[in-house]
Design a protein around this ligand. Structure first.
Ligand code: SF4
Length: 306
């Protein structure tokens, strides 16, 4: 147990070299029991079991050791075998990490279920990058897909996110994981789009199941993710997925311009949709100044210059 409190370094394309802090290293403790979870399915909890609560002192000691060993860390990530905001000393821990992190950024990966609680908002306001899941808007979907603990008032999650983002000075990233025949229905997509516009996050990552899920559910295909990214007009959407899911197509110059007018693309999007000739065509257009590359929240987007 002791060794697994700190894990990594793990290279992340979006956040750099990350050192993770697992706030529940011994057992899964989550207020969701998502069908797609890569951990085993388990009964939900509303707070961490007091027998399994780590001391801040212990975590900081392990973190200091790891930071001494690894000098190239960009980000310290608060995470858990489950939900990190269930850790009762999170606020104090963040303050202690801030004292030793130097120029490194802090990041939390949370399912967002507690964001409407004032103490959790105040705690997360102290973090540099907050990544929250939002797979569903309707109560039915939350119950079916995320299988939420009965203590969660899911209708308060979006208002909580809106309120949090109004106060937050740093980066808020939302993540939607799509599961076939569950949250991929048009009605849920429309609800997600309308509500995410109100939240106004700095980035929206959309993806699907990659690793073996806890329950028998299936991923959506790449075309669906692309359709969704196009539907979520004017939102900074990034499609994240396994490189195995590719849909390589051929595009001429006009088609590339039309495509980019509709939606700026990341290098990952290009790798997953453009065949080799089309990729070369796009990079030539970039060299000729017909397209431009723009950095937005650590991600490069290719846009049309017209
Ligand atoms: S919130 Fe994360 S850890 Fe919890 S059940 Fe869902 S996927 Fe698993």
């Amino acid at each position: 147990m002791e060794n697994s409190i700190i894990f990594g370094p793990i290279p992340s394309r979006r956040f750099g070299m990350s050192l993770g802090i697992d706030l529940s290293p011994k057992i899964k403790q989550c207020n969701f029991d998502c069908l797609y979870c890569e951990l085993d399915g388990s009964k939900t909890v509303s707070k961490q079991d007091k027998n399994d609560i780590l001391s801040v002192q212990n975590i900081i000691k392990k973190l200091k050791d790891a930071l001494n060993e690894h000098k190239n860390i960009d980000v310290i990530t608060f995470t858990a075998n489950g939900e990190p905001t269930l850790y009762p000393y999170l606020s104090i821990l963040i303050d202690e990490v801030d004292k030793i992190k130097g120029s490194k950024k802090t990041l939390i990966l949370s399912n967002g279920a507690n964001i409407y609680k004032k103490d959790i908002q105040d705690t997360l306001l102290k973090i540099d990058m907050v990544k929250l899941s939002l797979d569903c808007i309707s109560k039915e979907c939350f119950k079916k897909l995320d299988r939420i603990n009965s203590s969660i008032e899911c209708q308060k999650i979006v208002p909580g996110m809106i309120e949090f983002q109004k106060k937050f000075k740093n980066q808020l990233i939302l993540e939607i994981l799509f599961v076939k025949d569950l949250n991929d229905k048009e009605i849920e997509l429309e609800l997600l789009y309308q509500n995410i516009k109100k939240i106004s996050p700095n980035r929206v990552d959309i993806g699907t199941i990659v690793r073996p899920p806890a329950y028998d559910v299936k991923p959506v295909d790449y075309n669906f993710l692309e359709y969704t990214a196009n539907k979520f007009e004017n939102l900074p959407v990034v499609i994240t997925h396994s490189n195995k899911i590719k849909n390589l197509q051929s595009f001429n110059q006009d088609e590339i311009q039309t495509l980019l007018k509709r939606r700026p693309l990341t290098y990952e999007d290009i790798d997953n949709t453009f065949d080799a000739d089309s990729k070369k065509r796009l990079y030539d257009m970039l060299d000729q100044g017909k397209l431009k590359a723009i950095l937005n929240n650590n991600i490069t987007f290719i846009k049309t210059d017209i």
